[in-house]
Write a protein that binds this ligand. Sequence first.
Ligand SMILES: Cc1ncc(COP(=O)(O)O)c(C=O)c1O
Length: 390
Amino acid sequence: MSRYDTDYEKMGFTTRAIKLGEGPDPVTRALNTPIYQTSTYGYETAEQYDEMLALGAEWTPDIYIYSRTTNPTTNALEKKVRSLENAEDAVICACGMAAISNALLSNLDAGDHVICSDDTFMCTSSMFADILPAKGIETSRVEVLDVNNVEKAMRPNTKVVYLEALSNPQLKLADLPAIAEIAHKHGCKFIVDNTFLSPVVMRPLDWGADIVVHSGTKYYVGHGDALCGIVAGSKKDMDRVRYYYDNFGSHISPFDAWLALRSVRTLPLRVRRQCENAMALAKWFEARPEVDFVTYPGLESHGQHKLAEKIFTEGLFGGMLCVHLKGGYEEMCRFCDATNIPPVATSLGDVVTLMFPKKAYNNLIRFSVGCEDVEDLIADFEKAFDAMKQ
Ligand SMILES: Cc1ncc(COP(=O)(O)O)c(C=O)c1O
């Protein structure tokens, strides 16, 4: 057996993030997975090509016909992600919305009904408000913090329950085990968007979800330089997702897959640091007289703090934090404009702290806390509070 055939499956999360799915390139011995920048693959004979085509049609791993369907760089990333999500299989898509569309459309047809939580990312909300209903799929939005609302919304044609584990932007934490039980009792698939936490903090499949989706653009990529989407679950469900993904053309480019692959190796290190910084900042903001309230699952003041302690990896509460300042829109703008370290920007999960002022949410500031030295962030925010009061 070669030293490169080591089975990493039973090793720790960080070892798997670094080592799994990769090894020297079989032809060149390049240690890092190359960017296979090719659309197609050449075979010797018509017969060999036919054999490969038949295997490819069954989604057999490591068969390459055409890069809309499979690509070796993307495949290496799929193997890593599959393991980190505790899934049988994972499909990598062009972006988070491609992952969400494929997960939903591979489980819903005209005449079906889907239940979705009330607080979700804007484009996900558009899917449930406009796009799915226009295709004949019934949708209901419910407040899932009271799990009875999920039970009450069930219809005979309900096929899917969908939610964000930690919601965007209000950071509501859903009781995944309780909702999974209700969904399964009614024969529904339970699909969870875990973008805001990453598998370092929580793995929805461990708590009863059937399918987990991510905007991999966020924590997985972590450097704000690539778009990526993730769907993970059983082999059977992923085969169906692959059928949709292939026909919709939802594939990631080999270069973006390579950037994500490189980034996943440091995912546990980055996220742990982001969680530490977010906890320190949450406590600091909560003690400030200029602050009305802070929303962070690591604080006892968060409504689902006990649930977070139960389902999150010990001691980690994520890197997302919302702060509501006393005063109104003008105070919020003065505070944001006076900071230097965090840019005012959408997106999240990056090594750099990002600040997203949300006028539409009663002037809430959403922070995606990065990996900087937390003392520098605090000094920056201290200065911003001074400017806000002038
Ligand atoms: C919770 C959540 N899901 C999905 C998405 C969509 O991801 P992408 O921008 O990679 O398509 C986002 C984007 O911000 C998000 O916040």
